[in-house]
Design a protein around this ligand. Structure first.
Ligand code: ARG
Length: 471
């Protein structure tokens, strides 16, 4: 017998002393990777089925393994499973329990497999599922925006550049700008899923295995599109996690921009919208405060996900082939990214349908700020002036209005004609917000009729889940 073995670890054969307690704790991942227990069990069942199919495992052992794993799943889900830090990670915890339950059959499960391909497979299964859930939440939010845009296709609000009133736009148009951002996020997410959905199992530790595994069969059982093409790459690269996190960072960047607008709009300076009380909190000292905590928090969460992206990039940087323990550090950033994205989407799905619009306030602000000055310049161009000259004349009108705190919409014909004799009575239809909006009728423009069309397209995109939107 090998009398020298001093440790009861699964891999303890060549060891002559027990692992230092600190090292066991420091290297353990079970505290966080146990969240992949379902994927680990599903992967093991598929692996066992494949081993039985190629005759490496007897049908009897295979059945015992599957039954044992299914019972372990119930143990875990009912909170009866005892997780052990000594057993390092989710994989060895489940395998050790399987051996406890079914004996030798359990000892045969790890044939032709390593934790290196096992963990990479679990991660991909986990992420694929997370992507599908995020995708459906995202679509739900897009649906809310598309429906709201259809209702608000003619609601006037000021459009801003440099946060200054620029030209009138419709609120529906603004909402559809948000929709477009999210549509690209959805597309990026489905594209990322294609590269996630490739199966590392069978790469074994790093070089493949001498057992005649049917990897295509295992891939089919697990719903993967294909097995990985290179075993070294399969166990070592985490670019799929980096890619997902970068997609998430862009998505959260978009949500942070929306959040910022909600914060601005709900402030008393803007007063465009009201957030329901139950989405806000008060101040412990200032009784008048109603703070838009939810959008502020979403705005802040992007920092966290950007951090995870940098963590994962740095984790991967300069790693030599093939598996290195560094890669155990991929999990917490990835899991937290998934949780954060889902939390933020959930917040928006709940909050956005509840915002109350102060349409009159929006309209008022759009009427100020000389928002139809460009329309007046275009009017003079149509009367024969070169655009630069028209721009100059309108600039002078605005300057005079600023001086006497006037509004372009209140000027009389006589006052206007002082600046150009080309201006006639028809100017008033040009200066109105309705006219300004209606004439922005180019494809992709803010005219209510265009917005109605765009909202309908957005709604059908949500309904059909097409990745490309018809123009
Ligand atoms: N817990 C490990 C991880 O997350 C599993 C793979 C360990 N493989 C190894 N050879 N130490 O990466």
């Amino acid at each position: 017998m090998h009398g020298k073995q001093k440790t009861n670890k699964i891999w303890g054969g060549r060891f002559t002393e027990d692992t230092d307690t600190f090292v066991s704790e420091f290297t353990a991942s079970v505290g966080f990777d146990r969240r992949m227990y379902r994927q680990d069990i599903t992967g093991s069942i598929a692996h066992a089925r494949m081993l039985a199919k190629i005759g490496v495992l007897s049908e009897i052992d295979c059945a015992a393994i599957i039954q044992g794993l299914e019972e372990i799943l119930i143990e875990i889900e009912s909170g009866r499973f005892e997780w052990s830090v000594e057993l390092e990670d989710v994989h060895m915890n489940i395998e050790a329990r399987l051996i406890e339950r079914v004996g030798d059959a359990g000892r045969r499960l790890h044939t032709g497999r390593s934790r290196n391909d096992q963990v990479a497979t679990d991660m991909r299964l986990y992420l694929r599922e997370a992507i599908d859930i995020i995708f459906s939440k995202l679509r739900c939010f897009q649906g809310i925006l598309a429906d709201m845009a259809a209702c608000e296709a003619a609601t006037v609000m000021p459009g801003f550049t440099h946060l200054q009133v620029a030209q009138p736009v419709t609120f529906g148009h603004h909402l559809l700008a948000w929709f477009e951002m999210l549509k690209r996020d959805s597309e990026r997410l489905s594209d990322c899923r294609r590269r996630v959905n490739i199966m590392p199992l069978g790469a074994a530790a790093l070089a493949g295995t001498s057992y005649p595994l049917d990897r295509v069969y295992t891939a089919q059982l697990l719903g993967f599109d294909a097995p990985t093409a290179n075993s070294l790459d399969a166990v070592s690269d985490r670019d799929f996690a980096i890619e997902f996190t970068s997609v998430a960072a862009i998505l959260l960047t978009h949500l942070s921009r929306m959040s910022e607008e909600l914060v601005l709009w709900s402030s008393s300076q803007f007063n465009f919208i009201e957030l329901p009380d139950r989405f806000c909190t008060g101040s412990s000292i200032m009784p008048q405060k109603k703070n838009p905590d939810v959008p502020e928090l979403v705005r802040g969460k992007v920092g966290r996900v950007n951090g995870h992206l940098v963590s994962l990039l740095t984790l991967m940087k300069s790693q030599p082939l093939a598996y290195n323990k560094d890669n155990q550090e991929d999990k917490e950033p990835l899991f937290d990214t998934v949780d954060t994205v889902l939390g933020c989407l959930f917040a928006f799905i709940k909050m956005i349908p509840e915002i109350r619009l102060n349409r009159n306030v929006m309209l008022k602000m759009a009427q100020g700020g000389f928002s139809t000055a460009t329309d007046l310049a275009d009017y003079l161009v149509r009367k024969g002036l070169p655009f630069r000259e028209a721009h100059e004349i309108v600039g002078k009108i605005i300057s005079s209005l600023i001086e006497k705190k006037g509004n372009l919409l209140d000027m009389t014909l006589v006052e206007l004609q002082r600046f150009s004799h080309l201006i006639t009575i028809d100017v008033f239809s040009i200066l109105s917000l309705e006219n300004s909006l209606a004439t922005r009728n180019v494809l992709g423009g803010t005219a209510p009729s265009r917005v109605r069309e765009a909202a309908a397209l957005a709604q059908s995109w949500v309904a059909t889940n097409n990745v490309t939107m018809p123009v």
